[in-house]
Design a protein around this ligand. Structure first.
Ligand SMILES: *[C@@H]1O[C@H](CO)[C@@H](O)[C@H](O)[C@H]1NC(C)=O
Ligand SMILES: *[C@@H]1O[C@H](CO)[C@@H](O)[C@H](O)[C@H]1NC(C)=O
Ligand SMILES: *[C@@H]1O[C@H](CO)[C@@H](O)[C@H](O)[C@H]1NC(C)=O
Ligand SMILES: *[C@@H]1O[C@H](CO)[C@@H](O)[C@H](O)[C@H]1NC(C)=O
Ligand SMILES: *[C@@H]1O[C@H](CO)[C@@H](O)[C@H](O)[C@H]1NC(C)=O
Ligand SMILES: *[C@@H]1O[C@H](CO)[C@@H](O)[C@H](O)[C@H]1NC(C)=O
Ligand SMILES: *[C@@H]1O[C@H](CO)[C@@H](O)[C@H](O)[C@H]1NC(C)=O
Length: 921
């Protein structure tokens, strides 16, 4: 950037300075019209077409009601124009330098001012600026003409040099094709968990800016290096310089960092931008040294507090002043990929995050946009609720998945404040992508703007280029094998030459992974498309024993009260209705679901949707729990084959965009599924787990993410018969819980532990059918209390379970927001599920098993609530003898000697029969 001369200088300003003059176009009434003008409405911006038509009553029902995602598709097939008339005063008119800035246009748009075309927008993730100095008059007419996004995608696909697959999404999505040609939320054309809602609109602010020998401070990036007693900060202040500069712009940038004890650290740089500059986004660089005793460290959730310090940048000259403040955190973050065994390089590399030198076991989930509509996805209450839920659930990381959107500034600030690390994908998912000049230059713009905006956030731990595209290319998901070299070349052009290079020019303080899952360094060594992107010994991966599991999950159904809001009674009369099929986007989704339920519980009648929902949520919660416990157990163990040392468990997926079967742990309306309650437990810093392998060996494990040992903890194993609240036997043990480790503390056989008790002796095949284990871990000084269970056989095989009679009483609600519920049972009760319908809030525990007569549960309400109201809506569901006995649909011979394949096949045939039966009764 030769055009800029800068040096450090002390300077004193006097004069009346003023802020940059901005006319917000959000304050005007805009007009929305379709092509033949039979729709013409007054609307506000920021907004979006679906919200606008809904607000105006043109859509008479919710987008989420029944089949409206498809019924309202006409909206996405129309071309829409947003226009506004605005006048400006004479003084402003005299200003020689005027720019229109659009902070977010969702869709392909052509922009006209006073009938002159001023430009085009093609990227929803990009801010667009246009010099309109010569076009503005006193009375102005601005039009933004959006092309139907479905047409944009088709047009670009047809014009492409060669087809860029996939050709379309699966039929089950009821989606649209060729989203990969557009720079907008990849999932907006349909996904396996969400509807296609191809919206258009002005989803962020629009403004007219009058520059006058000044600049706008757009972004501040901060790269920090930890030295022995100081933090060395490299601060870059990115300026929007006017597109037209009539005379040199001179001024100064002052930086102020507010540290402990009301101290400040300041620095300043002079700027002088000549009229000949070609650069309209320039960076001013400044070095700041911060003594380490002036700041406290920033830590992820569970490791310490989240100390944040304000850094302000102010631009000043004789006439103008403007500023921007950010909050920064002092921490180091590294992705450690080093040999697991220095003397055996074949055994691969570690893959874990280290913050301030402390290895972090990454516990969390994958985040999708909080709303399918861009204009609604940044709602403060929703974001706060989701991030706080993550925090309560002992999560320390979320992945902003590459099929969604870059999140709002507020989102990342919430993560900074709550200690939630972010794995930030760039928005590319499950597709090959075009690499023409226009596309790549738009992507370069996007990465520049987004990474400059986000870079300073301490929460961001690493960047990744795309979701699953390395695996898709290597695995031939989209029939690219015959042109593998071509697509590989284009893959490198996009993710390495364009995205990685652009990103590394802004941020070298974090690792950049080209894809996810990936083998990390090994993928790069193998030319960016690894021979097996799912190698257990490298990078992030999937089951069974990866270094880091960044996605794993199971589907479940949302609660009945949520479905009732979007369906008729008839729609919910069976799993087999048109409505329920419409909501299931995963091809064969219900077959998998019913099959997995069958293996554990038999299948509830498909007309009993409430039971199916309940069982599906138990199944999801238990499966993700067991898998997470399994990953956590391996954090400090390296097997002789090089596997193990797992350091991350991020299940798929945290949240939802509608009420439908999905992998989420939180429903669209915020209601926690059983999985979310389980996550609070299985992500706790210290847990006890038990698992049983095929040889019926039981191992009991104690896992700790703490950085200190806990001495004298008491471990108890109680062996219960299903029909008695008095344990058959109890084993207890005092032990030291080693820091940062997964220890196996007991390894024994089911025979020795269970079958040897006469009360528990079971029939030949199903060892462990009469008894189960309750494990607890307690230590009083650290307030450690943890409970877990081992159920040795599937629930359909247990013997002796009784019918539960449960009494749930709302005792009191204090502060109108927190209520105490007393639960009393008369026998062992499994998976007790409390539900209060639509009352927003969550319980202190849910889906729990009781082996004792009573306990108290808290309900944390999100609105004022009375005892009477809560009691009225409170229902309790339990898995007991009666319910299990009602699940008797399939009578297949399940002798253990039939081959697993044959066995599975028979079940599948039965399930297909059930699900395709027209009149089931
Ligand atoms: C909305 O309009 C559709 C089509 O005219 C109609 O079938 C439906 O009953 C209406 N819904 C409501 C809630 O009025
Ligand atoms: C939308 O506009 C494009 C040109 O921008 C035109 O080709 C297309 O026919 C229009 N579609 C509709 C539904 O009006
Ligand atoms: C910092 O300033 C605030 C407000 O002026 C004052 O209340 C506080 O005592 C000061 N703190 C220290 C450590 O000086
Ligand atoms: C930033 O500008 C606002 C006025 O727009 C002013 O109130 C504030 O004090 C300024 N902050 C700094 C740190 O200069
Ligand atoms: C590391 O590799 C060497 C050579 O294969 C082997 O002897 C040693 O046991 C390995 N160490 C671990 C901890 O697995
Ligand atoms: C089960 O036992 C068999 C025979 O003793 C052994 O070969 C196998 O590795 C064991 N499997 C597991 C999972 O421990
Ligand atoms: C909820 O209750 C609190 C305390 O009782 C009260 O201050 C507040 O106004 C109530 N809010 C609403 C919306 O009723």
């Amino acid at each position: 950037m030769k055009a800029i001369v800068w040096f450090i200088l002390c300077f004193i300003f006097v004069h009346n300075v003023q802020n940059i003059d901005i006319l917000s176009l959000d304050t005007f009434k805009w007009k929305l019209t379709n092509r033949n003008k039979n729709i013409e409405e007054q609307v506000n911006i920021p907004g979006g077409i679906y919200s606008d038509l809904n607000n105006k009553g043109i859509l008479n029902e919710s987008l989420y009601y029944r089949f409206n995602d498809v019924a309202y598709r006409w909206i996405a097939k129309e071309n829409w124009t947003y226009s506004v008339k605005f006048s400006i005063n004479e003084q402003d008119l005299n200003n020689k330098n005027k720019e229109l800035i659009f902070h977010g246009l969702d869709g392909h748009a052509t922009i006209y001012l006073n009938q002159h075309k001023i430009g085009k927008a093609i990227n929803s993730y990009v801010r667009y600026r246009f010099d309109v100095s010569e076009l503005i008059v006193q009375e102005n007419y601005l039009e933004i003409k959006f092309e139907s996004p479905i047409e944009s995608a088709n047009r670009l696909f047809k014009n492409a040099k060669h087809p860029v697959p996939p050709n379309c999404v699966p039929n089950e999505y009821n989606g649209e094709c060729h989203i990969n040609f557009l720079r907008r939320m990849p999932a907006s054309f349909g996904w396996d968990w969400g509807p296609a809602v191809p919206s258009v609109g002005i989803w962020k602010s629009a403004e007219l800016v009058y520059f006058q020998n000044d600049v706008i401070i757009r972004d501040i990036t901060v790269s920090m290096i930890s030295e022995s007693s100081t933090w060395k900060l490299l601060v870059k202040v990115f300026l929007d310089v006017p597109l037209r500069i009539l005379e040199s712009i001179k001024g100064q940038i002052f930086l102020t960092l507010f540290v402990k004890n009301n101290k400040t650290i300041t620095s300043s740089e002079q700027i002088n931008i000549s009229p000949n500059t070609k650069f309209h986004e320039v960076a001013i660089t400044s070095n700041i040294l911060v003594a380490k005793n002036l700041v406290e460290l920033w830590w992820p959730n569970g490791y310490g507090s989240q100390n944040l310090y304000q850094l302000s940048a102010t631009f000043k000259n004789e006439i103008n002043e403007n500023n921007k403040s950010i909050l920064i955190g002092f921490r180091t973050v590294e992705l450690i990929q080093k040999a697991v065994n220095e003397s055996n390089l074949e055994h691969g590399l570690t893959f874990y995050l280290s913050v301030n030198g402390v290895p972090i076991f990454a516990k969390g989930s994958n985040y999708i946009p909080s709303n399918i509509l861009p204009e609604k996805s940044y709602n403060t209450n929703t974001l706060q609720y989701l991030i706080e839920t993550a925090k309560i659930s002992h999560m320390n990381i979320l992945r902003i998945w590459g099929g969604g959107r870059y999140e709002s500034d507020e989102f990342y600030e919430l993560c900074d404040r709550n200690g939630i690390l972010i794995w930030q994908d760039m928005m590319f998912a499950c597709s090959m992508y075009p690499v023409d000049v226009e596309f790549l230059s738009s992507v370069t713009n996007e990465i520049n703007q987004q990474v400059r905006r986000l870079q300073f956030h301490p929460c961001i731990a690493l960047w990744a280029g795309n979701n699953e595209n390395e695996a898709a290319l290597r695995g031939n998901w989209y029939n690219t094998r015959s042109q593998f070299m071509l697509f590989k070349k284009e893959y490198i052009q996009l993710y390495v030459d364009t995205i990685k290079n652009t990103l590394l020019a802004i941020d070298t303080t974090r690792s950049f992974l080209i894809s996810s899952p990936t083998n990390g360094l090994k993928s790069e060594k193998e030319g960016y498309v690894s021979k097996n992107p799912y190698d257990d010994l490298y990078g992030d991966d999937v089951y069974p024993l990866p270094r880091f599991c960044s996605e794993y999950g199971f589907q479940s159904l949302p609660s009945l009260s949520s479905l009732q809001k979007v369906a008729t009674e008839e729609d919910l009369s069976s799993l087999n209705t048109e409505f329920m099929k419409h909501r299931q986007h995963l091809p064969l989704g219900y077959i998998y679901l019913v099959y997995m339920m069958f293996l554990q519980f038999s299948v509830p009648p498909i007309t009993d949707l409430n039971s199916i929902i309940y069982i599906s949520q138990i199944h999801q919660a238990m499966s993700v729990k067991l898998q997470t416990e399994w990953y956590r157990k391996w954090r400090s163990t390296l097997l002789p084959n090089g596997k193990g040392m797992t350091m991350g468990a991020m299940y798929w997926q945290l949240n939802d965009v509608w009420d439908a079967p999905s992998w989420s742990s939180i429903e669209f309306n915020g209601k926690w599924k059983m999985l979310q309650y389980y996550a609070v437990n299985f992500f706790s810093p210290v847990i006890i787990t038990a698992d049983m392998n095929l040889n019926k060996t039981i191992t009991v494990n104690v896992i700790s993410d703490l950085t200190n040992n806990i001495v004298d903890a008491e471990l108890r194993i109680e062996i219960y018969k299903w029909d008695s609240m008095i344990p058959v036997d109890t084993i207890s043990k005092i032990l030291t819980i080693e820091k940062e480790s997964g220890q196996t503390v007991i390894s024994t056989s089911v025979d020795e532990l269970i079958e040897s008790k006469p009360e528990c002796k079971s029939s030949e095949f199903h060892n462990g059918e009469k008894c189960f284990l309750r494990l607890t871990l307690n230590e009083s000084n650290t307030n450690l209390k943890y409970e877990n269970f081992l159920y040795p056989v599937s629930f359909k095989r247990i013997k002796g379970l009784q019918n539960c009679s449960i009494k749930a009483t709302v005792e009191s609600c204090s502060n109108s927001r927190q209520c105490i519920i007393d639960i009393k049972v008369d026998t062992i009760c499994l998976f007790i599920w409390l539900d209060v319908g639509d009352i927003p809030g969550y319980f202190s525990e849910n889906g729990f098993t009781m082996t004792y007569p009573s306990k108290k549960i808290l309900f944390n309400s999100r609105e004022n609530i009375t005892t009477t109201k809560l009691e009225k809506f409170l229902t309790v569901t339990v898995l007991d003898k009666k319910r299990l006995d009602s699940f008797t649909l399939m009578t297949i011979d399940t002798k253990q000697d039939s081959s697993m394949f044959e066995f599975s096949f028979k079940i599948l045939v039965e399930i297909i029969k059930i699900l395709t039966m027209d009149n089931f009764d």
